[in-house]
Design a protein around this ligand. Sequence first.
Ligand code: NAI
Length: 381
Amino acid sequence: MKIAIPKEIVPGERRVALIPDAAAALVKGGLEVLIETGAGAEAFHADAAYEKSGARIVPDAATLYGQADIVLKVQKPTLAEVDQLREGTVLVAFLQALTSSELVQRLAARRITSFGMEGVPRISRAQKMDALSSQANIAGYKAVLIAAESLAKFFPMMMTAAGTVFAARVLVMGAGVAGLQAIATARRLGAQVWGYDVRAVVKEQIESLGAKFLAFDLGIADAEDKGGYAKALSPEASRRQQELLAEKTKDFDVVITTALVPGRPAPRLVNKETVAGMKPGSVIVDLAAEAGGNCELTEADQVVIKHGVTIHGPTNLPASVPVHASQLYARNVTELLKEFVKDGALALNFEDEVIKGACVTHGGEVVNEAVKNALGVGKTA
Ligand code: NAI
């Protein structure tokens, strides 16, 4: 069975789906590994390192796709890439299937068995396959570095002969994976840090990182669903939240926003009035830029200055840490691979929670319930 790793073609994407160490483990397990030449270059893995691990280098994507049984990617493929895959190929990538109708239909029509890394459920057994978390952790870390670089102040308190400077005040909104890493990183840089989330259960986690929990009552009974995710707020509760946050946000030098409700547009936490109320020179880093932004004035992949506040909307921070992002992603995909490749052959068990969550298309059909519901698609072939 041939496992194929193409070079990522999305501009700015520096990650690679498999690093040489992970390739070596697959080869040892009896699989053949094909790498498109240069696939690991942006993450500092030369072709020679893959060859040393037992993989074979192929000269271009067409040759690679022409032989592949299983393709491992980071970014979702373009339709042109899908069309190069042979019928029955297995594809693993961040498909963003819930919002990629055309791609999902094409994958089904081409009878590709596709897995979306974003669909791996956040259950204990699947933690090692959870690429959303491994990459969000990187984004939380990098968001703080961007904020520190952009802020015209120190992060730590300093007592110098020329006087004392006070520590920067940082507010992290949304304390999931990215948010908790942002809190920890800002603390390491010496800032005074507050964390905020609708789910009250995270108070303890925020405090265990040495930060304070920003608390206020939205008058809602339970903000958490059965899966441990936040529920979307009602328009009334959302308005109230924005008003209360506007009041609190005035005091902060840095606001990092990471709020997410899966499958929904980013919850709006910071409106334009809130930005106008912040001190000139303050910085916002909005990690939800791709889903519309937690801040009303965010522009995806841009840095804008509004009311004297610098607002960053980066959408692919993991690509800016390609060495570790690829290392962690490679572990995530190879662990997922073990779930459906047994003794060198495909073994799909659709009763399994991980397969049910991650598999999007199979046998010419969209098989994933969440994707079917989100896209309103059923049988397509
Ligand atoms: P997560 O699901 O672990 O955390 C999201 C948090 O937001 C949860 O704790 C949830 O309770 C909270 N939340 C939801 N609605 C809220 C509201 N109205 N008010 C306050 N808190 C609310 O998600 P994760 O993995 O930490 O990702 C966070 C965000 O970062 C996502 O939007 C994700 O797409 C994004 N991301 C961005 C990257 C980038 O490069 N820009 C890279 C990776 C992730």
